[in-house]
Design a protein. Sequence first.
Length: 292
Amino acid sequence: SSAASDVYKRQVSTQSTWGTNNETLIIYDTSTGDRLKAFTTPENGITCAKFLDENNVLCASTISLQPKILLWSLQDNHILSVFIGHRSEIISIDIDSDNDCFLASSENKEAYLWSIKQQKLLGVFPKAVSTSFCPNSSLFAVAYQAPDVNSQTPCSAFINLHNLSDNFDTPLCTFPIESINPVEKVKFSANGIFIICYGKREIVVIDAFTGTLTTLFVAKNYVCEVVMTPDMQYIVAGEEDGSIEVYKVLTGELINTLLHPENSMTHLKFGNKHLVMASACKDVALWLPKID
């Protein structure tokens, strides 16, 4: 079977999670692991899919020379809207808490802010490495890698915080991230209190209000994805060799190591309302992690 290109916890339901393999979207019952539904994607090469609501999905299409984002209706398998403007492959999509706008990041380090209702481009953030919306406010974070003018290698990274309801062209504040080189991903915790930022092996948790470093973690292997548990007590790092390391947020202590069944892994997601975790490569595994 082909590898799962995405795994996400469905935002509108506490009972299902789903994954895509570029051709099929599959919904599972997280309480039993049973497969509930399968949808044939409207185009091959579908990635970065995110539920907008119960029936509609935002996803990126990679089959054409012009990268595009599709608003896909699961009810009738039709494309409702198409967002075109990216100049390279789209690698992530993040939707704001009101489902009005979304951020899409590209391989060429450009992030685009789109209005879903108006179906138009609102802004572009050049040289952006990663973006994330706060789940309970109008704030969003844009991560950058700051080049060192005296060196051929990247140096420190930083995060700009913007307010969607204000003049989002000007950041509200800037948080330096000195411990990661290079930075690859930024995301908010489920309650918006923390910002998680990670690179190849380094993971930092910072206070989203002050930018103060809370904890620095160094994984044993290259990290493919990092998530924070819904109770904000643990950082879970999925690594390329299939190991899943569980750390305490406040102390950085490694307290458990799990292993994805395939001994390799590409995606790791946590549900925001229940302690159900999904890891994936070719297969999707659902976990109720035992911490002790």
